[in-house]
Design a protein around this ligand. Structure first.
Ligand SMILES: Cc1cc2nc3c(=O)[nH]c(=O)nc-3n(C[C@H](O)[C@H](O)[C@H](O)COP(=O)(O)OP(=O)(O)OC[C@H]3O[C@@H](n4cnc5c(N)ncnc54)[C@H](O)[C@@H]3O)c2cc1C
Length: 301
């Protein structure tokens, strides 16, 4: 049981904003989902330590949310506390060839800082709509680049609420996976190392990357990006298309006609619609091709 008065007192002391009975739909890019007991906007690593300690000691369920661009929230919501790592904890510091970001900084802002400092190496990641913390958690990547290529270290809070440091060699990066995936470890900052480059060419590469995205991806609709992980030796979008599922819809959820790897929210989708649609896609693709497509987004329920 969340004691909202006690939690509010702690947040007030730490200067963190708290919203009780908060609807999560506006905090996730899919734009649906129920309510959580409280949403706390984290403002520093120290505040995160204090709040995590309280939640863990009191056995209160919690979830770490970045930009919510890889999360599906259930219609029933979440009977716990959401810790938002976003705009209140989003510092970016450039020092020579390195960029150190608070976990809540947007990856896109880090890319812009890199470009403005004539640093090359992360242009292909421009357009991934998450935070730096979320990007490390998932080892986000695009166009043959991934976070693993540029991250040199991270700071995090461990299961005992101690602040820790991990360097790249121990981050166990692989496809959409890092040492943080599926663990209670909470990333608080990330340091990336880039190379000296030309700011105009970096800007051009970033613009090209964004144009490629907007021409191929249904960015005009809410979604959580690629709905399914890339299966071995193929692409989810290709298999879905080959099975004739492009454009299929359930309620307000649709397999995008522009990119069949994306399930989109036509404006009135519920989580139930998305799950029903994904279930049909998984069943059909499995029957016709033998491949079981795995959901990529994390489910919050
Ligand atoms: C239009 C669109 C395009 C996309 N394109 C790409 C793409 O090209 N490549 C790609 O890889 N992804 C892509 N994605 C998916 C998504 O943007 C990335 O996975 C992104 O890195 C998620 O970051 P986030 O901050 O939104 O994390 P969230 O969605 O908020 O969270 C994802 C997971 O990370 C955990 N997490 C977040 N922050 C922390 C933290 N500080 N400490 C510990 N755990 C944390 C959460 O608990 C959750 O389990 C796309 C999504 C959309 C909507």
């Amino acid at each position: 049981m969340v004691n909202i008065n006690e939690l509010t007192d702690i947040c007030n002391k730490l200067g963190c904003r708290i919203t009780a009975e908060c609807s999560l739909s506006e905090y996730v890019t899919f734009r649906f989902g129920g309510v959580c007991r409280a949403l706390i906007s984290i403002n520093s690593a120290d505040s995160a330590v204090e709040i995590l300690r309280y939640l863990r000691e009191n056995d209160i369920k919690y979830f770490i949310l970045g930009r919510g661009s890889n999360v599906i929230v259930s219609d029933e919501g979440f009977d716990g506390v959401v810790l938002l790592f976003g705009g209140d904890f989003a510092g970016i510091e450039v020092n020579g060839n390195t960029i150190k970001c608070d976990a809540g900084a947007l990856l896109a802002s880090a890319c812009v800082h890199a470009q403005q400092s004539s640093l090359t190496g992360m242009e292909n990641l421009f357009g991934i709509p998450g935070t730096v913390g979320g990007a490390v958690y998932m080892n986000a990547g695009a166009y043959n680049s991934e976070m693993a290529d540029i991250v040199v270290s991270a700071e995090y809070i461990d299961e005992n609420c101690e602040k820790r440091f991990v360097s790249r060699e121990n981050m166990d990066f692989s496809y959409r996976h890092s040492v943080f995936s599926g663990t209670p470890l909470v990333i608080t900052s990330v340091t990336m190392e880039l190379s000296a480059g030309n700011s105009d060419s970096i800007k051009e590469a970033m613009n090209n990357c964004m144009s490629k995205r907007s021409s191929k991806q249904p960015l005009e609709y809410p979604s959580a990006g690629s709905t399914f992980k890339r299966p071995k030796d193929s692409y989810a979008s290709l298999l879905i298309e080959q099975c004739g599922l492009k454009g299929l819809s359930c309620g307000g959820a649709e397999v995008s006609k522009k990119h069949s790897g994306f399930v989109i929210n036509k404006g009135y989708a519920t989580c139930a619609d998305v799950f029903e649609l994904c279930g049909i896609v998984q069943k059909t693709v499995k029957e016709k091709t033998g491949v079981l497509l795995e959901l990529e987004p994390v489910i919050l329920k």
